[in-house]
Design a protein around this ligand. Sequence first.
Ligand SMILES: Cc1cc2nc3c(=O)[nH]c(=O)nc-3n(C[C@H](O)[C@H](O)[C@H](O)COP(=O)(O)O)c2cc1C
Length: 330
Amino acid sequence: MLSTYLTRDWGLKVPIIGAPMTPMSGGSLAAALSNCGALGMLGVSSTQPVEQLERDVDDYRRLAGAHPFGIGLMVWALDARPELLDAAIRAKPFVIAMSFGDPAKYMPRMRDAGIRVASQVQDRQSARAAEAAGVDLIVAQGTEAGGHTGGVGTLPLLQIVLETVRLPVVAAGGIASGRGLAAVLAAGAAGAWIGTPLLVAEEARNSPVARRKVIEALETDTVHTRVFDVVQRIPWSPRFPGRALVNAFTQRWAGHEDELARDDEARRVFQHAKQAEDYSNALIYAGQSVGLIHRIEPAASIVDRIAADAESALRAATAVVPLAPSGPLS
Ligand SMILES: Cc1cc2nc3c(=O)[nH]c(=O)nc-3n(C[C@H](O)[C@H](O)[C@H](O)COP(=O)(O)O)c2cc1C
């Protein structure tokens, strides 16, 4: 059994939080995670209708009843779409994750509703801002992560965030095995926030073709790029490119984003590829831990394996610190 802030204070059985991933983490994936003792999160994109979140919440409750769950929002999207925060608060989640921006001005509403708040951060400054805003949990999201992320690796970032804040910290980015979870727990994290390994979970809202691509991809097959935001005209800050599987589209347009923004034909090619599931041009957001993903399985199997292997790894790690020889009895 692993014991951290997440098990003691949040009531989880394992210190694992399923990352909010749009559109993959809907009600089924979140429910599968919460039902096996992790925490399931519903992902909310900047463009999705409120009704989609409401449907995901309904699905979740049908499958997981009153088990706690979380909702992940993108701070930068809320000024233009305050209705997403309204809907998230109405859903009464255990926690809302406010990522990719300073959550300060939204804190009072979540606090008044009795909802805990987590925040994904990508550098020391954003960790400080999240702590000053009064969040409960900081998620140190390294550049290895799938989807939008900053430029600092999980290991240096985790050390930086741990020495900066007094709050519990969870690590995200590249954790897909018991070794990874054991490493961040040993470093002082309260758990792991896992996305990429769940892209192939049976309950994820993902297609068979995309799952196959994730399984086939190597750890060297990802790229940190703005091209998919530029071609879709989604106003993400350049601070947060997205980590995706490399393909012909990223190879053609990475480094030529200004040109891409004006190219209507490239936009047509992309849209067509997306509809046709032609992943030579369509996007699959995924992190470097794709190199550790080998098969489709239920989310509970993924969580159980990571937690059990982490426990074994941590027990084995005690051999690194031999007991001091006991001195002579006096
Ligand atoms: C397909 C995909 C979609 C994602 N969508 C979101 C999102 O909507 N909101 C969010 O806060 N993070 C999102 N993320 C980032 C995750 O929250 C998390 O930081 C990341 O998956 C952790 O690293 P890992 O992918 O190496 O496990 C997404 C990640 C992936 C792979």
